[in-house]
Design a protein. Structure first.
Length: 118
């Protein structure tokens, strides 16, 4: 019995020994390429303005009311069942928190709804 137990321990020890050499990690992307790409993107896209105010088109209470009415109007959808607020719900920060957004007739689209807040 002792010989079998000793043999089992020896076999387990032999098979549990392995080379603990760590695998090489993939090299990080060249930081100079990243910096160049970031500079190119920064030159193409800027920071959004904090306000879209215009002297030629001032913001009025009537325009805000019209925008709210249109945003919540279901008649603008294909089958009169959805408003902009259906997918861009203002109570959930302008998103529906779904991986893909519902379309008309209960079907789902191929993308999600981004927030309407800038």
């Amino acid at each position: 019995m002792r010989k079998i137990l000793l043999l089992a321990i020896l076999i387990t020890g032999v098979f549990s020994c392995k080379n603990n050499k760590k695998e090489e990690q993939p090299k990080a992307k060249d930081s100079s390429t990243y910096v160049a790409l970031q500079k190119t993107a920064s030159s193409m896209f800027g920071v959004l303005p904090t306000s879209a105010k215009s002297k030629n088109n001032p913001l009025t209470k009537e325009k805000v009311a019209l925008g709210k009415k249109l945003f919540l109007d279901k008649r603008l959808s294909k089958d009169n069942t959805q408003s902009c607020n259906t997918c861009h719900n203002l109570k959930t920060y302008g998103v529906d928190n779904l991986s893909t957004s519902p379309g008309n007739n209960g079907g789902f689209g191929t993308r999600n709804s981004p927030t309407v807040f800038n």
